[in-house]
Design a protein around this ligand. Structure first.
Ligand code: SAH
Length: 276
């Protein structure tokens, strides 16, 4: 791809700046133009475990520094990563901090931005497509649908210590959220499903698990809340995965392979006017 294919007016990456940038869930096609513009100009790309490595090929001239942490491991190194960014910026580098999905959605982007600002390092934030929206879309699941939900809740399945988050009020979430999208939910999936059922959700409620969404390795499991944990085990599914609880999952029957589903109506709500 040549420089000229980017639209005019995108910013020049100044030395000493950090661009805190979302990489999307996998597919490089989900990068923003700002992200691509940053990749082309960066001196160094500091990237996370969840950044698809094909995206790094878009910055062939830059140094690539891996700063990954995978779920459950101690988060103490977060401070080191932030300080490393400060150091690189102070050395006059153009630093692209590339994070999976969106940097501000369960990605500690806010903490990194705070440290940079506290050290007077100029920072630009570039949002990305978050896995809980774009990853589900790649599995044929709309995160909202007019006939199903007027709200959606994004939750994390574990907290800093790797435990199921104690601050979450699962009863309130079960009662108030028509669709629940769970990040980092695989480790405690049994407890999460039991909490939701205990709070009144039906064990028959449709659920989906989307592993390595928007990559060539994407795997999708459709099941129910009651069978969620057992079916994940039986299928041998591993993180990273997004869990979705709610009836929007049924739309997958139409959207996953739309060319075969012209007559499908999984919600039983299709309007005659929509069909023609
Ligand atoms: N900032 C990221 C989320 C980081 S938290 C975002 O906006 O998407 C890490 C969790 O995100 C993973 O445990 C998983 O639940 C989810 N995740 C990120 N990328 C994913 C992908 N390609 N497929 C499935 N889940 C993904």
């Amino acid at each position: 791809m040549s420089e000229s294919t980017l639209p005019a007016g995108l910013p020049v990456f100044q030395p000493g700046w950090v661009w805190l940038c979302g990489a999307g869930p996998g597919d490089p096609g989900l990068l923003t133009l700002h992200a691509l513009n940053g990749l082309r100009q960066a001196d160094v790309v500091v990237y996370d475990a969840l950044v698809d490595t094909t995206i790094l090929d878009l910055a062939p001239g830059a140094e690539h520094i891996y700063a990954g942490k995978r779920g459950g491991k101690p988060s103490a190194k977060q401070r080191d990563i932030s300080l490393r960014l400060v150091e690189l910026a102070r050395a006059g580098k153009r630093v692209l901090r590339l994070k999976g999905g969106d940097p501000f959605v369960f990605g500690r982007g806010g903490e990194e931005a705070q440290t940079l600002v506290a050290h007077r390092v100029p920072v630009r934030v570039i949002p990305g497509v978050t896995a809980g929206i774009g990853g589900l879309a790649y599995a044929g699941i709309p995160v909202t649908h007019r006939d199903v939900n007027q709200s959606v809740t994004f939750v994390t399945g574990h907290d800093q210590s790797g435990e199921a988050p104690s601050a979450l009020d699962w009863d309130a979430i079960a009662r108030g959220s028509q669709v629940i999208v769970i990040y980092m939910g695989m480790k405690h999936v049994g407890r999460i499903a039991a909490s939701l059922i205990g709070a009144g959700r039906s064990g028959d409620e449709p659920c989906a698990v989307v592993c390595e969404a928007a990559t060539p390795r994407q795997r999708v499991l459709e099941t129910t809340l009651a069978r969620l944990e057992a079916d994940i085990d039986a299928a041998g599914l591993e993180p990273p995965a997004i869990l979705c609880v709610g009836r929007t999952v049924l739309l997958r029957q139409v959207l996953a392979e739309p060319w075969e589903a012209a007559d499908a109506d999984p919600l039983g709500t299709r309007r005659l006017s929509d069909a023609g």
